[in-house]
Design a protein around this ligand. Structure first.
Ligand SMILES: NC(=O)c1ccc[n+]([C@@H]2O[C@H](COP(=O)([O-])OP(=O)(O)OC[C@H]3O[C@@H](n4cnc5c(N)ncnc54)[C@H](O)[C@@H]3O)[C@@H](O)[C@H]2O)c1
Length: 266
């Protein structure tokens, strides 16, 4: 039996993305920034996409001295044609950008529901669509979709976010099936609550929706279902993304790498 050329054996070297282009969306924010820095540290030329130009500049400064580079690419992902265009020529695609609104369904503004689905589901579809021709052409590509424990479980008051993440799970699995003959893997990473601005911003809304003071939100709402009673750090999520791009994960596709402190063990 011959071994696949894609399989590099149990003693393959650590992640080396020298010569590879990696696109990370939402790169100015918590998890996206950590992913961009991690992939640049592995030698990648990182196309850092975000609508926050100042945040991207800060990121680029922080990347100074790494083996790879970070190139700011200012883009609002609701411009779907521009998103698809931005993905052309990338070897690694990290669909990370996301937004959150915490509201009961009957108070949830339909236009916000639409925007959440556009940024967190339709844009990833268009980015994958834009990236695949180059990946298929060279017979190698890595797609990592930053989903959430909310891609696998629901929480009250997060209709748009939960719907988008469940959709992203399906998109990711479909890309895995279609990409397999072309050397392209597609996976999700599924963190529970990460210490980022997205979480800090929802504390007020969570307090109002659940009718409790803000200081009780982290322990009583965010960490209620987690066996490990702490937030996860963005760098820990970035390490999971790096694993899925590396030589030890060449047989991992169509799955969800759950970093949830035991939440889904319930
Ligand atoms: N923080 C958490 O607890 C947590 C948990 C699980 C999953 N996630 C997921 O991780 C991803 C990143 O979240 P984060 O916590 O780092 O959030 P964050 O708010 O810190 O960063 C998100 C980034 O996305 C960018 N962005 C948002 N809308 C955009 C648009 N239309 N066009 C371009 N850029 C846009 C923002 O400018 C920001 O830089 C999201 O998909 C989120 O759902 C977060």
């Amino acid at each position: 039996m011959t071994s696949s050329s894609a399989h590099q054996g149990p003693h393959a070297p650590a992640l080396d993305l020298g010569g590879r282009t990696a696109l990370v969306t939402g790169a100015a924010g918590g998890i996206g920034r950590a992913c961009a820095l991690r992939l640049a540290a592995a030698g990648a030329k990182v196309r850092a996409v975000d609508r926050d130009a100042a945040g991207l500049d800060t990121l680029a400064e922080r990347a100074t001295g790494l083996a790879g580079t970070v190139e700011p690419y200012v883009l609002d992902l609701t411009d779907l044609d521009a998103a698809e265009h931005a993905a052309a020529g990338t070897d690694v695609l990290v669909n990370n950008a996301g937004i959150q609104l915490v509201r009961p369904i009957e108070e949830f503004p339909p236009e916000v529901f639409h925007t959440v689905l556009t940024v967190m589901l339709e844009a990833p579809f268009r980015l994958i669509r834009g990236a695949l021709p180059h990946m298929y052409g060279q017979g190698w590509g890595r797609i990592v979709n930053v989903s959430s424990v909310h891609g696998l479980r629901a929480s009250a008051y997060k209709a748009a976010y939960v719907a988008a993440k469940h959709g992203l799970e399906g998109l990711s699995k479909t890309a895995a099936l279609e990409g397999a003959p072309h050397g392209v893997t597609s996976n999700c990473v599924n963190p529970a609550y990460v210490r980022t601005p997205l979480v800090e911003r929802q504390i007020t809304d969570q307090a109002r929706a659940h009718g409790i003071p803000e200081e009780r939100v982290v322990s009583e709402v965010l960490l209620q279902d987690s066996a490990l009673k702490r937030l996860i750090e963005p760098e820990e999520v970035a390490e999971a993304v790096a694993y899925l791009c590396g030589p030890h994960a060449s047989f991992v596709t169509g799955t969800s790498l759950v970093l949830d402190g035991g939440w889904t063990a319930h």
